[in-house]
Design a protein around this ligand. Structure first.
Ligand code: NDP
Length: 280
């Protein structure tokens, strides 16, 4: 039988952990699969996806910077991808690609089941309004958080995300430069890629308190500045994006193979090596 082909498509993508995670899931469940990392510069994304389909590719994860672009190569979208306006999972169907988004459920599953947090009624600050923020915002709202403040360097993108969420009483877009005026939060999510570019924006200590949970969606070296800020602000447990990464992968695996893998073993293995990991 032909080995089933899958891929993660990003730019850059060489450091992606997804091939390792999906290979481990396949071994665990006795499913033969070939999961490759495919580099796609933005101008070649559509062509590379089309070629992958023509070669029999059955599914792909889509990562930075293509999550928004990926919406337009899909013939159908899942409800959660439509609400996010971003796709991280392509599922082959008879008529083309279905776009799904497993980032949000991945984050919520990590926070509630692995980290043991009760998210209900938490006053939440989401920093960033890019592809990752779009994926996680609807899932956090569904999980029962309280008011959601979205701050972004480019305010129009925070406004657009708040508009898409269509919950004006509960979702509040704000300028990043007004972050000093927002008070304190029970949950703070860093969904920016700032630490890998110009550096984390300056965040006031008063955003956090000892009961605050602080999460960076990235991991390894890129997560260090935000987690160091959180510690300095008195947060007990800073959480990186490794759990989300593993959980979103498990949810994508379920879409493709119809079975959900156990995630603890691969999570623990990655955590042992987290200092060496490069966020992709
Ligand atoms: P995007 O490029 O779509 O968005 C980047 C975001 O970061 C935007 O909100 C952007 O603001 C902001 N930003 C970038 N540089 C700065 C800066 N110097 N100052 C302030 N804000 C800045 O990226 P993604 O949303 O896809 O990814 C964001 C992060 O989340 C990445 O580190 C990624 O690796 C991680 N991630 C982790 C996942 C996991 O499974 N653990 C899954 C998905 C993402 P602006 O709009 O103004 O440009």
């Amino acid at each position: 039988a032909l080995v089933k082909r899958f891929a993660v498509i990003g730019h850059p993508v060489a450091h992606s952990l997804s091939p390792r995670i999906h290979a481990a899931f396949g071994r665990q469940l006795g499913i033969a699969l070939d999961y490759a990392a495919m580099d796609a510069p933005p101008e070649l994304f559509d062509a590379i996806v089309a070629e992958f389909a023509a070669e029999g590719g059955l599914g792909a994860n889509v990562t930075l910077p293509h999550k928004n672009r990926a919406v337009s190569v899909c013939t159908t979208l899942s409800e959660r991808a439509r609400r996010a306006g971003a796709v991280n999972t392509l599922v082959r169907t008879a008529t083309g690609w279905e776009g799904d988004n497993t980032d949000g459920v991945g984050l919520v599953r990590d926070l509630t089941e692995r980290q043991g947090l009760d998210l209900r009624s938490r006053r939440t600050l989401l920093i960033g309004a890019g592809g990752a923020a779009r994926g996680v915002a609807p899932a956090l709202l569904d999980a029962g958080i309280g008011d959601l403040y979205i701050v972004n360097r480019t305010p129009e993108r925070a406004d657009a995300l708040a508009d898409a969420l269509a919950m004006p009483g509960r979702v509040h877009p704000r300028y990043l430069r007004d972050i000093d005026t927002l008070g304190t939060f029970d949950l703070i999510v860093n969904a920016t890629s700032a630490a890998r570019a110009d550096g984390l924006p300056s965040l006031p200590m008063a955003l956090a308190n000892p009961r605050t949970a602080a999460v960076d969606l990235s991991y390894g070296e890129v997560a260090i500045p935000f987690l160091a800020w959180a510690r300095a602000a008195g947060v007990h447990d800073g959480i990186d994006g490794l759990g989300m990464l593993v959980e979103q992968a498990a949810e994508s695996f379920l879409r493709w193979h119809g079975v959900r893998p156990e995630t603890d073993e691969v999570y623990e293995t990655l955590r042992e090596h987290r200092a060496e990991l490069v966020t992709a």
